[in-house]
Design a protein around this ligand. Structure first.
Ligand SMILES: Nc1ncnc2c1ncn2[C@@H]1O[C@H](COP(=O)(O)OP(=O)(O)OP(=O)(O)O)[C@@H](O)[C@H]1O
Ligand SMILES: [Mg+2]
Length: 370
């Protein structure tokens, strides 16, 4: 699938801008702070209805403006008559999403319209920083890959919020807490089970890619850790009764603290390279390769699950990689649409890319060069 066109209106530093894209490769060059990442963000929101850089939708509205609008035309070569327009209007009080002119009731309905994988310098945080980055990575990918997960996760979070509120209220009602424990165990078990299945497949594919990039010298593995994971069999999830038992055991402590300590909202991934934790011991290059392998694995996973080819967004990453990694990435872009941003891309690298369009961005204005 590919974007044919985007129209931006009062989105970030853009006034009124429309751009027609190449089906394969689109390269955007420009100095710092001109709008390169903003443009990719505009495309990314078409996939998940939200940004990859901010959780506040209103950040995307141009300064001093009332609303922002992004509209794209998406095509899918595998389907006849597939051309569709997706439009999102961000207002301070909320957003409106339309597909083919029809308003969606829930943002989740957007998830299976277009699949996007973004690779940016921020991705290193998945490897290097706290567990919340890995959970966010996992949840976002799973939501795209399996939209039903979005609902299960939403339900889990809702019950968790209620349970925590009840824990904070003095003299928590035991019977009500029991009801929440039941629901939390049920949704929590499903969240963890989906994540475990996903991580197993993610590990298989990213290990294969990682091994190809490192010419077999490094082995990547990923472990999912969590309170609802069985201690006897790391691949298995606790069953509902075992989880309820765990919640009961923690209840006194939870009441004292005013929040639920155990559960998938605290889970984490450990990413190993040759058996050692890459977060603690990996070099920058190793961490970058691991992040790249995980992102490229997503393209394959999405295709496996949905039969669709995702669109790849590479924000400021291509020129940062060494030649071997660049070559691998360039190979991976042969049959997907890709958007590449860079402050400067040398002629030699441009020559190695599959053919496509080159644009220049200056102060929120996009000009096609070739
Ligand atoms: N809501 C907004 N309204 C208007 N301008 C904004 C808004 N949000 C960000 N900007 C401006 O957009 C510019 C940054 O754009 P962007 O992040 O796309 O830059 P870039 O071209 O990717 O630069 P770099 O090469 O440094 O990554 C900044 O000047 C910032 O002030
Ligand atoms: Mg940028």
């Amino acid at each position: 699938m590919y974007f044919k066109e985007v129209k931006l209106h009062q989105f970030r530093n853009y006034g009124e801008q429309s751009v027609l894209f190449d089906k394969n490769v689109n390269v955007f060059v420009g100095e710092n702070a001109q709008g390169k990442t903003n443009l990719l963000e505009g495309l990314y929101v078409m996939g998940l209805g939200k940004s990859f850089r901010t959780s506040r939708d209103s950040d995307m509205i141009g300064f001093g403006k009332e609303f922002a609008r992004v509209a794209t035309v998406v095509c899918d070569e595998q389907e006849a008559d597939s051309e569709k327009e997706i439009e999102i209007v961000f207002k301070k009080e909320g957003k409106i999403i339309r597909v083919r002119g029809l308003k969606l009731d829930r943002s989740a309905e957007l998830l299976d319209e277009v699949y996007i994988v973004v690779f940016s310098p921020e991705d290193l945080r998945i490897i290097k920083e706290g567990p919340e980055h890995r959970r966010r990575f996992l949840d976002r990918e799973l939501c795209q890959y399996k939209p039903v997960y979005y609902n299960t996760l939403g339900q889990y979070r809702r019950v968790l919020r209620h349970r925590n509120a009840l824990l904070r209220a003095c003299g928590a009602d035991g019977a009500l807490l029991g009801t929440y424990d039941e629901a939390l165990a049920d949704y929590g078990m499903r969240v963890v089970r989906e994540r475990q299945v996903f991580v197993r497949r993610l590990e298989e594919i990213s290990a294969e890619i990682h091994s190809a990039i490192t010419e077999g010298s490094e082995q990547l593995s990923i472990r999912y850790d969590g309170d609802f994971v069985s201690t006897k069999d790391r691949e298995a999830t606790l069953d509902k009764d075992q989880i309820i038992h765990l919640l009961h055991k923690n209840r006194e402590k939870d009441e004292r603290r005013g929040y639920t300590e155990a559960g998938p909202h605290r889970d984490d991934l450990t990413i190993f390279i040759n058996g050692t934790d890459s977060r603690q011991f990996g070099s920058q290059g190793q961490q970058r390769t691991a992040a790249l392998a995980m992102r490229l694995a997503e393209i394959r996973l999405i295709e496996e699950e949905t039969g669709k080819k995702a669109i790849l967004l590479l924000d400021d990453v291509l020129s940062e990689l060494d030649e071997k990694r660049q070559t691998y990435l360039i190979e991976a872009m042969r049959d997907v649409q890709v958007f590449i941003t860079s402050t400067g891309i040398d002629e030699d690298l441009l020559q190695r890319l599959p053919s496509g369009s080159l644009f220049r961005i200056d102060g929120g204005l996009v000009n096609k060069l070739t």
